[in-house]
Design a protein around this ligand. Structure first.
Ligand code: 3PG
Length: 213
C-alpha cells in the first residue's frame, strides 16, 4: 500500500462510515465511493466480514484510503493494521487503547463527547479526535462552544449526521471532516445499487466544495 496519511482529519472532508455484512460487497462499494469523490473509507469492526472487507479494499482499490472504525479493544489494532487499515477510529478511548493505537504507527482518532475527555486527550498529546455521537451529543452548536476554551482540538464529528447537517459542522473552525453513513442507505447496499451509492457520494463530496480540509 502507498504511504500513510499524516492525519486522519486531512484525508477528505467527508468520510463514509461503512458496515459490511458481506465481504464481497466491499470492493464494489469502495469503488463507488471513490468514483463519487470519497476516497477515505472507514470500515467498522462491527461485523465478522469487516477485516476481510478491509483486506479486499486495500488490495483491489488502490485509490481508496481504507481505515478501521469501531476499534474498541487494544487487540483489534494489530489485526486492523495487518489487514491493511491506514487509519484507526474509535467511538471512545481508554489509556490502554490509546497506547495500542499510538504504538501502531498509524494515524488514529479517539472518540470524545465531553470537554473533560477533550482536556484529557490534550494532556496526552492528542489533538485530533472523533466527536461521537455528534448529533445526539449536541451537534454543531456543541462543537462550536468547545472551540472557545479548547481551540487546540480538531474534530471529525460522526453519528447521526446527514447531507443537511454536514455543512453546519464543516463550517466550524475546529472541524476538518465529518463522518457518516448517509451516502450508504441500507436498501441501496442490500440491492447492490452501486450507481446510487456513487451518486450520493458525489453529492456528499460536493458539500465541501470551496472549503479546505
Ligand atoms: C458510527 O460509528 O456508527 C458512525 O458514527 C456512523 O454514524 P451514522 O451511521 O449515524 O452516520
Amino acid at each position: 500500500p502507498s504511504s500513510l496519511p499524516a492525519s486522519v482529519l486531512d484525508l477528505a472532508p467527508v468520510v463514509p462510515v461503512v458496515v459490511i455484512e458481506d465481504a464481497s460487497d466491499a470492493v464494489p462499494l469502495a469503488r463507488a465511493l471513490v468514483a463519487g469523490g470519497l476516497p477515505a473509507i472507514e470500515v467498522t469492526l462491527r461485523t465478522p466480514a469487516a477485516l476481510e472487507a478491509i483486506r479486499g479494499i486495500a488490495r483491489e482499490v488502490p485509490e481508496a484510503v481504507v481505515g478501521a472504525g469501531t476499534v474498541i479493544r487494544p487487540g483489534q489494532v494489530a489485526e486492523a493494521v495487518a489487514a491493511g487499515s491506514r487509519f484507526l477510529v474509535s467511538p471512545g478511548w481508554t489509556d490502554v487503547l490509546l497506547e495500542a493505537m499510538r504504538a501502531s504507527g498509524v494515524p488514529f482518532l479517539p472518540g470524545v463527547s465531553t470537554a473533560s475527555e477533550v482536556v484529557a486527550l490534550l494532556e496526552r498529546g492528542v489533538r485530533e479526535m472523533k466527536f461521537f455521537p455528534a448529533q445526539a451529543a449536541g451537534g454543531a452548536a456543541y462543537l462550536k462552544s468547545l472551540s472557545g476554551p479548547l481551540p487546540q482540538a480538531r474534530f471529525c464529528p460522526t453519528g447521526g449526521i446527514g447531507a443537511t447537517s454536514a455543512p453546519d459542522y464543516l463550517a466550524l473552525p475546529n472541524v476538518s471532516c465529518v463522518g457518516g453513513s448517509w451516502m450508504l442507505p441500507q436498501d441501496a447496499v442490500a440491492a447492490r445499487d452501486w450507481d446510487r451509492v456513487e451518486a450520493l457520494a458525489r453529492e456528499a463530496a460536493a458539500l465541501s466544495a470551496g472549503g479546505t480540509c
